[in-house]
Design a protein around this ligand. Structure first.
Ligand code: FES
Length: 108
């Protein structure tokens, strides 16, 4: 990992099994790490953009996570809201897995 990059380790891959969405707090960020079945781990902000709820308290299936409060949905691969009541995407982070550790790229 070069110092010019902004990657930080946020969890062990073993702690985020396929099909699971796991809450992680680090560096002042509240993250949802979402391991798509048959796919990879994606990282998005865990706080819903509609009101206040943690997406990891909702339901995760396929590439979609559903907020527990008003059933708004986000695509975990890019953070895009999937329609009402969501009118703002959540931030999505680039991720990579190295030697069993999940890394995200910090913005900026
Ligand atoms: S708080 Fe998430 S849909 Fe309303």
């Amino acid at each position: 990992m070069s110092s010019s990059e902004n990657w930080i380790s946020v969890a062990k891959l073993a702690d985020v099994p396929a099909g699971a969405a796991v809450a992680v707090e680090t560096m002042g960020l509240q993250l949802a790490l979402c391991h798509v079945e048959g796919g990879t781990v994606h990282a998005i902000d865990n706080v819903c953009t509609h009101a206040f709820a943690l997406l990891t308290d909702g339901w995760f299936e396929g590439c979609l996570i559903e907020c527990p409060l008003h059933a708004g949905q986000f695509d975990v691969t890019n953070g895009q809201g999937q329609g009402a009541p969501i009118d703002e995407d959540v931030r999505a982070y680039r991720t990579k897995v190295v030697d069993g550790d999940i890394f995200i790229e910090l913005p900026g």
